[in-house]
Design a protein around this ligand. Structure first.
Ligand SMILES: O=C(O)CCC(=O)C(=O)O
Ligand SMILES: [Fe+2]
Length: 269
């Protein structure tokens, strides 16, 4: 896809980084990454496809939405995959943020999260912790509007089948994106003139690629093909400051007390 920005940066790519390389170059530097040669070794790559999901969980009810939740409805999973294979909708339904862990916990055996995405949240008892793992599954033309991730956490996303395009805006370009009202893939420079000054980061993610989203970076995602992908958000020493200030700003006192316990157990002070 051609994007009409005067200047763009490519998201830096790497192949199966060591934890120290990943931390230094991406997590601590707060830069997005396109990581090759990790998720392509997951069992999920050979297993997760429309046939697998349709046969294994045909009657599971999921919630699907059009862009910016302009329409929301429930569907059976097998019916959604049948829709995905045939739709010509201009603004198709997307199965985004599907919380699969409770209904399909066995799917968690099909992937291995690299150690550099270590998640403090995993220390909290399953019944208490927030669900921060989701599938994003949809036909070509679906995607997620501009957003920052939950509670200023960071995220990894792996494409299993299909292709995603990503546009990222670093924190020092906030003034150009009008609080996320813009559509980064169809920028309207008349309605949002400052957007002309933006210099977004861009990448194309293919099957087996992982994209790392640093905390606080605004981003928008577009599925250029029918796509099955999975995301995990995480909190650890690399983003705890951002998460803590988010919680403080939003008066999340309960969450803050959990965060402080986690800090105590993970950070040697
Ligand atoms: O794939 C999508 O639609 C959104 C993914 C995303 O925003 C994320 O992983 O943080
Ligand atoms: Fe996101």
């Amino acid at each position: 896809m051609e994007l009409p920005y005067k200047k763009m940066e490519w998201v830096e790519a790497c192949s199966d980084p060591t934890p120290s390389y990943f931390e230094e170059h991406f997590a601590n530097a707060s830069l997005p990454a396109l990581i090759h040669n990790v998720a392509n070794h997951w069992p999920a790559i050979a297993k997760w496809n429309p046939e697998f999901f349709s046969k294994r969980y045909p009657d599971l009810t999921v919630t699907v939405t059009r862009f910016r939740k302009s329409e929301v409805k429930k569907m059976k999973l097998a019916d959604f995959f049948a829709y995905m294979a045939t739709t010509k909708d201009e603004n198709p339904f997307y199965l985004s943020e599907w919380e699969f862990e409770q209904e399909c916990p066995e799917l968690m055996d099909d992937y291995v999260v690299p150690s550099y995405f270590h998640n403090w949240i995993d220390k909290i008892d399953k019944s208490q912790r927030p669900i921060w793992n989701w599938f994003y599954i949809g036909p070509a033309g679906t995607g997620s509007p501009m957003h920052v991730d939950v509670m200023a956490s960071s995220a990894w996303n792996a494409v299993i089948t299909g292709q995603k395009l990503w546009v990222f805006f670093p924190i020092d370009q906030l003034e150009f994106i009008y609080n996320g009202q813009i559509n980064a893939f169809k920028p309207d420079f008349d309605a949002f003139p400052l957007l002309k000054n933006a210099r977004p980061y861009y990448c194309v993610q293919n099957p087996g690629d992982i994209v790392f989203t640093p905390s606080m970076w605004w981003h928008q995602v577009y599925n250029a093909e029918d796509t099955i992908s999975i995301t995990g958000n995480f909190l650890n020493h690399t983003n705890v400051k951002d998460v803590e200030s988010f919680m403080t700003r939003n008066n999340l006192s309960q969450e803050l007390s959990v965060l402080r316990l986690l800090k105590k157990s993970f950070l040697v002070s």
